[in-house]
Design a protein around this ligand. Sequence first.
Ligand code: G4P
Length: 524
Amino acid sequence: MSLIQEIKRRRTFAIISHPDAGKTTLTEKLLLFGGAIQVAGAVKSNKITKTATSDWMEIERQRGISVATSVMGFEYKDLKINILDTPGHQDFAEDTFRTLTAVDSVIVVIDVAKGVEPQTEKLVKVCRMRKTPIIVFINKLDRPGKDGFELLDEIEQKLDLRVTPLSWPINMGPKFKGVYNIFEQSLYLFEANKQRVEKGVSFDDINNPFLVQYIGDDAATLREEISLIKGVYPEFEVEEYLKGEVCPVFFGSALNNFGVKELLDCFIHIAPTPVGRDSEERHVDPEEEAFTGFVFKIHANMDPNHRDRIAFVRVVSGKFERNKPYHHMRLNRKIKFSNPTAFMAQKKSIVDEMFPGDIVGLYDAGNFKIGDTLTEGELLRYKGIPSFSPELFRYVENADPMKSKQLAKGLDQLTDEGVAQLFTGKATGRKIIGTVGALQFEVIQHRLLHEYAASCRFEHITLYKTAWITSNNKVMLEDFKARKSSYIALDKEGRDVFLADSPYSLQTAMEKYPDIRFHFTSEF
Ligand code: G4P
């Protein structure tokens, strides 16, 4: 198969949702359709459960699961579908943001009763910034929930998305009868707990009197609602969806396998094939012959006897080949990979070649950082994996003087993996860890001990936010750094960072030093 044919048959996407909306259930049903798994319940959730927030063993266990479910590839109707898993827990939101840089589209799952929840808002915001095409799946129609039109309004307002329904529910909860598929113009009748989905009944004309035979008195309401939809919402245009301007909406029940096949069939029809990426130097198209890719996720090995990690690389262009030397841009040297790994549902296997849209797992003994670029020799760096200004901070102190080297190495590697960010106070030399969630502090302490035999202690620091600072006005920048010397730190790359201890000090610094730019993401 040619490179172009390989690219055309790939779809790489993520399912995102607020925890409990049904992301895991939907993933599982999609894998069932793809024949990648045989029984329901085979995919374990990659979420740190709410009840286990301070249970280290639970975190470890779940971390193991999340390696297995990081990428779930499967074949469906001659297509290669790659689902990238994202952690549901909000403390790991940054992992999810990074995963979103490696996909070409997303499916957002919304619980019909809860509507748009905070985590959905945050994640969709990132997708909107990146103009990632979005399909919305409203789940749990077998339960009572919000009215369909109300939900569409809520999505438009809270998520700032233009929507157009491609299916429409006929009642919900105990009276749920099914959906009318506007995309296919056919009726699908609901039966709870059905393992197999019947073919829909074609209804090109919703006014066809036979509709009553299927859904009784609800036919009149359905006709009214469909005509209202046609009047209010724009007709679906694939081009608009691909530009991230309009989101098609489906209704169903993942648990009951209802509406999932239609979602998948529409998805493979409209979802984008692998798209190129911007590097700092130029735009790279997937069809280019030379391989390029970037690391968006690093996962530590579960086995403490093997310190190696898996770096997940999104293939952007060309063909990745086993044992071929590739140029590691940041280290400026060639590296060969003898065991590149592909992930098919829960199985891992060594592969000889990978194509754009694929995710290849590379065993790594410490060469990779999040955001690293691999090429065949061309000098280019992919951008778009920023670190965000952390929200929680602690001083980290060595608790075992005999193990200071281990601690330094552990902190270095864990922060390369993107678990947290590390800053060093310029005046004091003290190390500061910044995270987006409280759970990371426990993860760090636990992993330092188990993987690096180092122990650390966290100490309180009063810090509101960090901002990277740059300026063309060298004098002003130096003046600021001298005056605020105890509030200046360096990040791992040696860039200056202002440690603001309160919103007020940040505000006044910004006002008093107008030529200094304060950046809240690491890409500027
Ligand atoms: P998440 O990954 O987004 O966090 O959600 P997950 O799929 O784990 O689903 C959360 C809960 O919602 C699960 O119930 C799941 O069974 C249920 N669920 C998913 N889809 C539907 C649906 O279409 N209808 C109904 N009624 N429920 C649905 P749980 O009790 O928390 O877990 P479990 O014991 O069933 O696994």
